[in-house]
Design a protein around this ligand. Structure first.
Ligand SMILES: NC(=O)C1=CN([C@@H]2O[C@H](COP(=O)(O)OP(=O)(O)OC[C@H]3O[C@@H](n4cnc5c(N)ncnc54)[C@H](OP(=O)(O)O)[C@@H]3O)[C@@H](O)[C@H]2O)C=CC1
Ligand SMILES: O=C(CO)COP(=O)(O)O
Length: 334
């Protein structure tokens, strides 16, 4: 592979993990706003704030200067949480070269606009190829060297194959897909179902209950995703069902953690206050409900989660309501 220069923006758990993986293949520079993170990555090859105990690839370098990271890059990778994504991208526009692809790692929607991250990239950087890297990819496991599979999704069939070579590495297997909308929405929407599953787990629900929520959750996110232009088969692949299983069952998931704590009766303010990392589902839920209304899609699980997140219902009440709902045909909502 030609020695490409990749800039990863965002020094959190996933940005750092992806940068470390890609550094096995090519030149990578990571931009983080926190000077301590930058110093630590350069001096120790660790990021103890987000990936305690993990050793990063020794070829990885870090900078505090976004211009330095972006100006020389052949590929930009955005590992910034959804509500700050546009601000950082606006800085990128000042330094990026023409036609450089921009890949999002982010699994959220912009709150006010309900836009996907690739739509924001297209607004801010028209003409640049856009894509997402998504799938069942819990950062800490991947840093521990465990096998995982992911999907790189871009509309352009040639560029997506070139980028597959950049991201795949060792036991990190990367598939291609041209359904950007479906892949991106799979990553966004499963977070809300993971909160629902956590709400059940926090109240001592059983394995049958969890399986029912995951399965019914998958059908409701598929309904919205296909109404928005994604392909149904994408939601039964890694970016849909795969990520749903990982996030809804893992003790590492931040979204499931939020659900568990809500299930125990704690308030959102308390839960968020003690979290150092992002739980995208909590931020994206109102945008998801607005999109469901716009597309005329019923999403009973997401709706209940949204009510609990907004403080309009308790987790125990919402959870009992979900289970009491009168069942129709399996192909129908509810
Ligand atoms: N962690 C995971 O396993 C996975 C995460 N994702 C997705 O990746 C995205 C990033 O999440 P993740 O890395 O986990 O998040 P973390 O909570 O681990 O880290 C967030 C990072 O974003 C940085 N950040 C936040 N706002 C800004 C800003 N305005 N300018 C610059 N940097 C900023 C933080 O910097 P600071 O430290 O200075 O606050 C921090 O480095 C999310 O959408 C998530 O859903 C996808 C797959 C797996
Ligand atoms: O997206 C993820 C795994 O694929 C990470 O999930 P959480 O953000 O819930 O930790």
């Amino acid at each position: 592979m030609k020695q490409l220069k990749v800039a990863v923006l965002g020094g959190g758990s996933w940005g750092t993990t992806v940068a470390s993986l890609v550094a096995r293949n090519t030149d990578v520079i990571i931009w983080a706003r926190d000077p301590d993170t930058v110093t630590e990555i350069n001096a120790e090859q660790t990021n103890s704030k987000y990936l305690p105990g993990a050793k990063l690839n020794s070829g990885l370098t870090a900078t505090n200067d976004i211009g330095e990271a972006v100006a020389g890059a052949d590929i930009i990778v955005m590992g910034i949480p959804s509500q700050n994504f546009r601000n950082v991208l606006q800085e990128v526009t000042k330094h990026i070269r023409a036609w450089v692809p921009v890949i999002s790692l982010t699994k959220g929607l912009e709150a006010g606009t309900q836009l996907r991250m690739t739509e924001i990239i297209q607004q801010e950087l028209p003409g640049h190829p856009v894509g997402v890297l998504t799938g069942p990819n819990l950062a800490r496991e991947i840093m521990a060297g465990q096998a995982a599979a992911s999907v790189i999704a871009m509309e352009d069939e040639i560029i997506v194959k070139e980028l597959q070579e950049v991201f795949k590495s060792g036991l990190f297997r990367v598939y291609t897909n041209t359904d950007v909308i479906g892949c991106e929405l799979g990553g966004v929407l499963k977070n809300i179902i993971a909160i629902a599953v956590g709400m059940g787990d926090g109240q001592g629900a059983g394995d049958n209950t969890r399986a029912a929520l995951i399965t019914r959750g998958l059908s409701e996110i598929t309904r919205l995703g296909t109404a928005m232009g994604g392909k149904a088969e994408t939601f039964s692949g890694l970016a849909g069902m795969g990520d749903m299983i990982a996030t809804c069952t893992s003790s590492q998931s931040r979204n499931r953690h939020v659900g568990i704590e809500l299930g125990k009766g704690r308030s959102m303010e308390d839960i968020i206050e003690e979290m150092t990392m992002v739980a995208e589902g909590a931020k994206s839920a109102p945008a998801v409900m607005a999109l469901a209304a716009k597309h005329g899609v019923e999403m009973p699980i997401a709706e209940d989660v949204s009510r609990v997140l907004a403080g309009d219902a308790t987790a125990s009440r919402a959870f009992r309501g979900l289970l009491r709902v009168v069942a129709g045909a399996e192909s129908e909502p509810g």
